[in-house]
Design a protein around this ligand. Structure first.
Ligand SMILES: NC(=O)C1=CN([C@@H]2O[C@H](COP(=O)(O)OP(=O)(O)OC[C@H]3O[C@@H](n4cnc5c(N)ncnc54)[C@H](O)[C@@H]3O)[C@@H](O)[C@H]2O)C=CC1
Ligand SMILES: O=C(O)C(=O)Cc1ccc(O)cc1
Length: 379
């Protein structure tokens, strides 16, 4: 039996901040029968989340106190409150929620841990009922409309308890993580911040630096964009306000890494300019292959090779569904999928990533059903 089946999801949860992450958590919890109460400083965000089936509004009931410092009237505290607000807003939101007695214990989801936790201590928050958290799953869109119940499936979710953290907070946060289908990982806050500087925050800036080159490029040039450039720049589309807050709250380790990246780039540029690419540039490319090869595969396991089966599909409704259905009928699990649109053409190239031993069978099955499967790795 998996741990997801053995742990009971929290019965009653408050989500404060109903944007992408808060609403995604709320949807995942609703799917497991948890009662979810929603709050956001923006009433429209609460309405959209509630309309999407993420829960019911926490505030706005008759006779509600106007001052956040006043406790909620006739309110049974939730088992857990999740602060899903930007990193800089976590300490004040925690203090306010604790003063109002919103929940018995609290966690947050901010992408940076050390600075908000220190500020919470400084503000006088009760750190025994709080544990810092960070789900390592997300996307480059914001707001409740971008939320997905499966956003955290199979992803690590970091918890940063301190010496002050009580057992109830860690227990409730762990139950939340398992209810969202994620895997809890306990880390020290400073170690967490250094880790995410490397695997999330610096990549974001590097992605933005590349995407910024496209801002003034002619449309005709960008129409040639393939999957590689899309992969490198996807995260650059993230909300600049949120990302500025994240970067400023974890400034030093990110700045150190950016300087390392910049040194590599300057050396590569000099090598290319001086016709000596075999040296520094070849070395950078080789280190890139080595580094990329160390990224673990799906579900955090060891890197595993899948084979891509390329298929040309017509750009019309239902075509992808037929493709997936054909794979399902053949009993082949699709591990991943990538879609490349051909500009100005009514066809697209879909790559179905499957286990190597299934690739030939899938190619044969799809060809038999009339799809064009270019000869490739699968043959
Ligand atoms: N975007 C991503 O992929 C990930 C984000 N995170 C973290 O999750 C948190 C939320 O990010 P998103 O959901 O992406 O942002 P978002 O912009 O979609 O949602 C944030 C919500 O918080 C609300 N808010 C801001 N200050 C508030 C306050 N003081 N009280 C109540 N509500 C307040 C905003 O109105 C907004 O609805 C951030 O701390 C971020 O670092 C963590 C993992 C992934
Ligand atoms: O879009 C992606 O691939 C991400 O990695 C999203 C993400 C953004 C911020 C985080 O703190 C964690 C995850």
């Amino acid at each position: 039996m998996s741990p997801v089946e053995t742990k009971v999801a929290p019965a009653r949860v408050a989500v404060i901040g109903t944007g992408l992450i808060g609403t995604s958590i709320a949807l995942a919890l609703r799917g497991r029968g948890t009662e979810v109460l929603l709050a956001d400083r923006d009433p429209a965000a609460v309405r959209l989340a509630a309309d999407a089936g993420a829960g019911t509004p926490l505030y706005g009931r008759p006779h509600e106190p106007r001052e956040p410092s006043e406790p909620l009237e006739s309110f049974e505290p939730a088992d857990l409150a999740i602060l899903a607000v930007p990193p800089g807003a976590v300490p004040a939101a925690l203090l306010e929620a604790q003063k109002r007695g919103v929940a018995r214990v609290y966690t947050d989801v901010a992408s940076v841990k050390e600075r908000p936790m220190a500020e919470a201590v400084r503000l006088g928050c009760d750190m025994t009922t709080y544990v810092g958290g960070h789900p390592m799953g997300g996307r480059e869109r914001s707001g409740p409309l971008a939320a997905q119940a499966d956003l955290f499936l199979g992803r690590p979710w970091v918890l940063c308890p301190t010496r002050d953290t009580g057992e109830e907070a860690v227990g409730a946060a762990t139950a939340l993580i398992l209810a969202c289908g994620a895997t809890p990982v306990v880390m020290d806050a400073a170690d967490h911040d250094r880790a995410v500087a490397l695997i999330s925050h610096t990549p974001h800036v590097v992605s933005a630096a590349m995407a910024a080159r496209f801002a003034g490029a002619p449309g005709g040039v960008l129409a040639l964009t393939g999957q590689g450039a899309r992969d490198v720049t996807r995260i650059a589309a993230g909300d600049p306000e949120l990302w500025l807050a994240i970067l400023c709250a974890n400034a030093r380790p990110i700045a150190d890494l950016l300087e390392e990246v910049a040194r590599d780039l300057v050396t590569a540029a000099a090598g290319l300019r001086e016709g000596e690419a075999e040296g520094a540039v070849a070395d950078l490319l080789a280190r890139g292959v080595a580094g990329h090869g160390r990224i673990p595969g799906k579900h955090g396991g060891r890197p595993r090779r899948y084979t891509a089966v390329p298929v040309l599909v017509a750009d019309r409704p239902g075509e992808l569904a037929l493709l997936f259905q054909a794979a399902g009928v053949a009993g082949i699990n699709i591990e991943d999928v990538a879609i490349e649109h051909s500009p100005g053409r009514s066809v697209g190239l879909v790559e179905l990533w499957v286990r190597p031993e299934s690739a030939q069978d899938l190619a044969r099955e799809l060809r038999a059903r009339g799809w064009s499967v270019p000869v490739g790795e699968a043959d």
